[in-house]
Design a protein around this ligand. Structure first.
Ligand code: ATP
Ligand code: MG
Length: 372
């Protein structure tokens, strides 16, 4: 089977690594340059979307910010999974919110803003404090504003108006500020036959809007809530592949923050911590193969490597540390790789994380410092 991934970043790379043992061949389509590239070496192996589609048995995506004309061509080929509708929902907060409402899945109160008048109405309806997010193109906390005081509305509006004007179909989604206790996410897969499997929930720590630490947790009640919300969203889209739901946990009640119609950063821990990793399960699903077990096999955390391109050898030497580099050029704050840390039980995992906190640079790994 030949799988074409739209997007040539680390997620396509890790799909390629996971697909090899199953004889699944992965190529990646760089949406910007229109080159077909090898997901590991980045070597150009062809050019043009039509050629890429022609060579593929199945087409999927590693990110949601894909031009709709590209998605429409893929849709017409009849080879695209999970579904172009799901990718469009993941890339546009307006569609995403409407989808959650239609699936009757709890999410933060919201309003869509196109004009200053809409903004004033949103302040009344949603209330202050409020989180404002661009409908299109947001990721890693970019394209967001916080309105904490009505006096700041003019200043924030000036910036939002500029953002709306810069892209033709852009708008802002205003959300109530959710006073969450913690953030968790659920990664799972739905097969062609409608079969749903989910991994254990992960608890996520973000630093400056970017995920820094993810740990698989064991909470039967929360897991049950998350799974039923996951199933409602996946079924409503007739989804095929791996899907991630990000949640706010407010005193044991989950609210969906956003959905990601793809393999997800908060599921990278499954490479060492689960029977079958999320990358393999995504490929299994889109190729029509049986889904693999999502069972937790050991206590695992994932630490993102942001803006760094080297690690002390001590890390590689440490028992339970698994380093995954993405082969990317160094840039401040860029996701360069991750470390999966495993242990036989959770106390041992905490000790290993604390040890790492003494080895790694304080500024580069802030979430770890809180644990030391
Ligand atoms: P991602 O990289 O996950 O795609 P993103 O840029 O799409 O991020 P969100 O996940 O919507 O943005 O928001 C980033 C972070 O901001 C969240 O993880 C959460 O910590 C905080 N946040 C977002 N929305 C709210 C809200 N309504 N109330 C409180 N905090 C929020
Ligand atoms: Mg998010």
């Amino acid at each position: 089977m030949h799988v074409l991934v739209l997007g040539a970043g680390q997620l396509a790379r890790m799909m390629s690594l996971a697909g090899a043992p199953l004889n699944l061949e992965i190529s990646a389509f760089d949406v910007g340059s229109k080159n077909i590239v090898h997901p590991l070496t980045q070597a150009v192996i062809g050019h043009g979307l039509e050629n890429a589609i022609e060579q593929a048995d199945v087409i999927t995506a590693e990110f949601e910010h894909i031009p709709h004309d590209v998605l429409d061509v893929c849709e017409k080929s009849g080879k695209f999974l999970p579904s172009t509708e799901a990718i469009k929902a993941g890339g546009d907060r307006r569609i995403e919110k409407a989808l959650l409402d239609a699936a009757k899945v709890k999410n933060a109160k919201y309003a869509v803003i196109n004009t200053r008048e809409d903004f004033d109405k949103a302040i009344e309806y949603v209330g202050i404090p409020m989180v404002l997010k661009s409908a299109l193109g947001g990721y890693d906390g970019k394209g967001q504003w916080r309105l904490k005081n009505a006096n700041d509305a003019d200043t924030i509006w000036a910036e939002m108006a500029e953002c709306i004007a810069a892209t033709e179909t852009q708008a802002i989604v205003a959300e109530e500020f959710v006073p969450f206790n913690r953030e968790v996410s659920l990664v799972g897969a739905r097969g062609k036959d409608g079969d749903v499997v989910v991994y254990p929930l992960a608890e996520n720590i973000h630093t400056n809007g970017v995920l820094s630490l993810s740990t698989a947790i064991d909470d039967a009640e929360l897991q049950e809530q998350a799974k039923s919300m996951f199933t409602a969203v996946a079924n409503s889209l007739d989804y095929v592949g791996v899907l991630a739901l990000e949640f706010f946990d407010v005193d044991g009640q989950l609210l969906v923050n956003e959905i990601a119609p793809r393999v997800h950063n908060s599921g990278h821990w499954t490479q060492q911590g689960a029977e079958t990793c999320q990358f393999e399960n995504h490929l299994r699903a889109v190729c029509g193969l049986p889904l693999g077990s999502t069972k937790l096999i050991r206590a695992t955390s994932m630490i993102n490597i942001l803006g760094e391109d080297s690690l002390p050898n001590e890390v590689l030497a440490m028992e339970g540390c698994h380093v995954h580099w993405y082969g990317k050029e160094k840039r401040a704050g860029r996701k360069m790789g991750h470390i999966n840390v495993t242990a036989d039980y959770s106390g041992e995992l905490q000790r290993r994380l604390a040890k790492l906190a003494t080895i790694l640079d304080k500024d580069a790994y802030p979430a770890l410092q809180e644990l030391s």
